[in-house]
Design a protein around this ligand. Sequence first.
Ligand code: G4P
Length: 526
Amino acid sequence: MSTLNEEILKRRTFAIISHPDAGKTTLTEKLLLFGGAIHVAGAVKSNKIKKTATSDWMEIEKQRGISVATSVMGFNYGDYKINILDTPGHQDFAEDTYRTLTAVDSVIIVIDAAKGVEMQTRKLMEVCRMRNTPVIVFINKMDREGKDPFDLLDEVEAELKISVRPLSWPINIGQRFKGVYNIYEENLNLYTPSKQIVTESVEFRDINNPELEKYIGEMDAEKLRSDLELIEGVYPDFNVSEYLQGRMAPVFFGSALNNFGVKELLDCFVKIAPTPQPIQAVEREVNPEEEAFSGFVFKIHANMDPNHRSCIAFVKICSGKFERNANYKHVRQGKMMRFSSPTAFMAQKKSTVDEAYPGDIVGLPDTGNFKIGDTLTSGENLHFKGLPSFSPEMFKYIENTDPMKTKQLNKGVEQLMDEGVAQLFVNQFNGRKLIGTVGQLQFEVIQYRLLHEYGAQCKWEPVSLYKACWVESDDYEALDAFKKRKYQFMAKDKEGRDVFLADSNYVLQMAQSDFPKIKFHFTSEF
Ligand code: G4P
């Protein structure tokens, strides 16, 4: 086997997603501990924006500094090279998270056993479903009182719209939590509250073995046996290919804080999680094994130092081998580029890297050459798909408040939009610039960064809109008629596509029923 193939087979690139506070940071940290990438608990700083800080952008910026360091965390585990892509916890950065999900091959969802499936988990799962991303569910905080595990499974199935299959099963919960039976490995893991890596595990192929009572007592042994019987009767057998197609989620139980159930999760993960997968480009599907290097930018991180308006463009390698100082084509700009200091991310360290393989992420220092979605390649021109913008839900007109700085403002707005901070629409009726975001924070981010990085000042003018959606039709006349009728509410996005600005859900629904020949899209990729 060639080195390229060997390297590909070693790689597992995934993201952990959860509703804030479910335990994503804690789980990440424990995974890194197993990889030997860090040695003490508490070393991974949460990338979440603390709730108290929502009105204080300076504080957010400080915290965002942390998130650069933790954007990608690579570590070795046995023969595997694992890349965890971190996603911002704050919902106002959801768009960032959506894009990160385009760069992973699978996902681990963390659910708080007491809270069950929460709002953000549901939203993120929708994105996974769009792409058929394989997911593993980790039900966390079993050391605390929580919901009944069967109820949790029902909830996951109903709310996340995926069939589930428990691969481990808890023995009690909260104060009485005794451990889990690992159905996948057929052993019993006994729980001792501890933050270190110690789990007593006893092989138990036959759950009817009377030895079980010795470990967990008569009542719990009986309950475990009947639960397992029920599981076998109710849930389909675990099927790796169903999992890989995103149709079945294996479920594990544990306590990330106590490092319990994490190793079992990791061991199963490396075995079943997909290696770097083929990626769809507009032109064709691109296989990781192809010799020519190709990759795309899925995230741009601005430098926090206002004196250097440089960024890091995060490139996901899709095929071939990436090499430092090699010449690659920037497809959109049609020019050749060389990178003398690409960065790789191992644990929380950044270091210059000489080569990287499919599934890896490299950080390229950039001074404004890259936009989200840009392709780099050593072969033919390719345009990767799957980096959609989502219909924003908050809108404001942006107004220049310093006429001497119009140029700076325009440039700043353009670059921030290229970075994917928000979306710009130009209202075709009044020519005004409208910024659409998924959360209030983005407006603060934009205003702050325009001032500090571009020296431009702006203010926001409220506008009441419900949604912006992309419209198209095979019937030119129908589209034209629609645009004429809705002329006050038509806008163009940055690519010049038609966007309808609906001011209420009712208006949108009416438009959909009055204009059956028009297709309304809620993501920019269709
Ligand atoms: P997030 O990244 O998903 O937002 O969650 P994070 O890991 O920061 O965890 C949120 C809180 O839940 C933390 O407590 C963390 O210690 C706790 N936690 C995580 N896993 C478990 C678990 O298995 N059992 C229990 N009992 N708690 C768990 P915090 O008090 O908010 O933060 P901290 O001050 O401890 O950092």
